[in-house]
Design a protein around this ligand. Structure first.
Ligand code: NAD
Length: 498
């Protein structure tokens, strides 16, 4: 297969099963585009249930010997993998930019966050150790350990082609499981390269498999009898379906969904750093982040100056093809339908009489799926745009009178991924933390996305399941506890005269 980083050919993706590239039996395809230019670069076959069965069979076969591989050997492969990812860091970032459209620094962040999970996985030995309590009863010692669970599946979205797959498979594999990854059909190239590098690092065939596809492949993964656990990240609608289907089929499931994250600005906020943080949170990755700041809630009289400063900062964001301009301010959105959906949303906002402080329909590059940074003032909590995940560079702003009103607004969406407050007062921040209903909170931090050492902790409609992705809970998710009690009587030693 030609290198997806450099080639101009349209590649037809294959699956990676048992360490080999295998043609998919799917006959339908999704186009993989370079969003900066709107040009097709590859096509993803919609693998069938029988392709999934083949991958699961390879993973099942590899499980016994991988589980029996000493944990330090598994960890050493993770160390080697980490080195390879570092060596190929720029190539991987360029690949993310090419298929996803985000800027090079954003793609570097995407790869970096993934590498951090591989680093966590490299130290897996100390996390798998259980506890021991000698003499828990007469002559009986108790001990516990964490054991792998079998074949695990991962289903991932388009917006973080490197990080989200790496939230899952490095930890699962380091724990002694084998894995089948189904990346987004819109951005599968990075996942394929990640799996290729894992093989190069010494991962035995069948330990990490990639099946390219869409709904049919996901449905089979969620019901396949030989899969023990399913990790999903994507929209709330699909997260809920995956959670219901896979848990009904008896699997453990962690299923992360969409979000609508509020950013509360208090009257005492430092406006310079607050504006920088809001711009990064709202327009970074063209707003296509589950931790994107979607709604600014300005408390009291700070609002007019805040809006003026945000408008100025938006005016400085350059829209450019990100693969050719590493210094581009913002990239395109993922595809033509996302662009059309967002432009229509802005039409509706205007028709609804809301104020477009910045209008993302104007001054767009001719090629590519660009939507400009948009700021909407005068939004009220009952509006659709205040409640719906827009997943693009459209930031809504509500004028509120008090912190409790801002918190009620933030909680009204029913999501619970992230919420942010900008203030100089610790008591205000503490009140916010105690009353806002979500899993990840920023205090003077625009994007409080959990990094590898912490689990990514969405709540409510942003997460279905119990144990979250990556971090300590990730290790718990991919292992089960074994407890043993052993009796050895001293009497025997005495009778032997030893
Ligand atoms: P998506 O739900 O459309 O797709 C995610 C995965 O589900 C893909 O692999 C896709 O092939 C599969 N899929 C899509 N429709 C399906 C169906 N009907 N049945 C079975 N499988 C299906 O999500 P997306 O558009 O790729 O990603 C954007 C969404 O992901 C946003 O809502 C964003 O907030 C969310 N997201 C959440 C997190 C988080 O940690 N909570 C992180 C990243 C992205």
């Amino acid at each position: 297969m030609p290198s997806p980083t450099l080639s101009t050919d349209i590649i037809t993706l294959q699956n990676r099963i048992g360490g080999q590239l295998v043609a998919s039996s799917g006959t339908e395809y999704t186009a993989v585009n370079n969003p900066s230019h709107g040009m097709q670069i590859a096509r993803t076959p919609h693998s069938t249930a029988s392709d999934v069965d083949q991958a699961v069979a390879a993973a099942k076969e590899a499980f016994a010997s991988w589980k029996a591989t000493p944990v330090l050997k598994r960890a050493s492969i993770m160390f080697r993998y980490r080195e390879l990812l570092e060596q190929h860091f720029d190539e991987l970032a360029a690949l993310v930019t090419r298929e996803n459209g985000k800027t090079i620094p954003e793609s570097q962040g995407d790869v970096r966050r993934g590498i951090e999970v591989v680093e966590l996985a490299s130290g897996i030995a100390s996390q798998l150790k259980g506890g021991r309590l000698p003499n828990i009863a007469g002559s009986i010692d108790g001990e516990s350990s964490r054991e792998p669970i079998g074949v695990c599946a991962g289903i991932t979205p388009f917006n973080f082609p490197a990080m989200v797959p790496m939230w899952m498979f490095p930890l699962a594999i380091a724990c002694g499981n084998t894995f089948v990854l189904k990346p987004s059909e819109k951005t599968p190239l990075t996942a394929m390269r990640l799996a290729e590098l894992a093989t190069e690092a010494g991962l035995p065939g069948g330990v990490l498999n990639v099946v390219n596809g869409a709904q049919e492949a996901v449905e089979r993964l969620c019901t396949h009898p030989d899969i023990a656990a399913v990790s999903f990240v994507g929209s709330t609608k699909v997260a809920e379906i995956v959670y219901r289907t896979a848990s009904h089929a008896g699997k453990r499931v962690q299923s992360a969904g969409g979000a609508k994250n509020a950013m509360v600005v208090m009257p005492d906020a430092d406006l310079d750093s607050t504006v920088r943080a809001i711009i990064g949170a709202a327009y970074g990755c063209a707003g296509q982040r589950c931790m994107a700041g979607s709604t600014v809630l300005a408390v009291g009289p700070i609002v007019d100056e805040l809006v003026a400063r945000l408008k100025d900062a938006i005016g400085e964001i350059t829209l450019l093809p990100t693969d050719e301009h590493p210094d581009a301010g913002m990239g395109a959105v993922i595809d033509a339908s996302a662009r059309e959906r967002l432009l229509k949303t802005i039409d509706h906002i205007e028709a609804d009489g809301l104020t477009l402080v910045a209008d993302g329909r104007k001054g767009l590059p001719e090629a590519g799926y660009f939507v400009g940074p948009t700021l909407v003032d005068g939004v009220t909590v009952d509006k659709d745009v205040a409640q719906t995940e827009l997943f693009g560079p459209v930031l809504t702003l509500g004028r509120v009178h008090s912190l409790p009103e801002a918190i009620d607004w933030a909680n009204s969406t029913g999501y619970g991924n992230g919420a942010v407050i900008f203030t100089k007062d610790g008591g205000t921040a503490r009140y916010f933390k105690q009353h806002v209903q979500c899993g990840m909170i920023g205090v003077n931090v625009g994007v409080p996305a959990a990094m590898a050492a912490f689990s990514f902790s969405g709540w409510n409609r942003s997460f279905f399941g119990d144990l979250h992705v990556q971090g300590e809970e990730g290790v718990y998710f991919y292992t089960r506890q074994q407890v043993s009690f052993t009796r050895w009587d001293d009497e025997y030693v005495r009778t032997q005269g030893w």
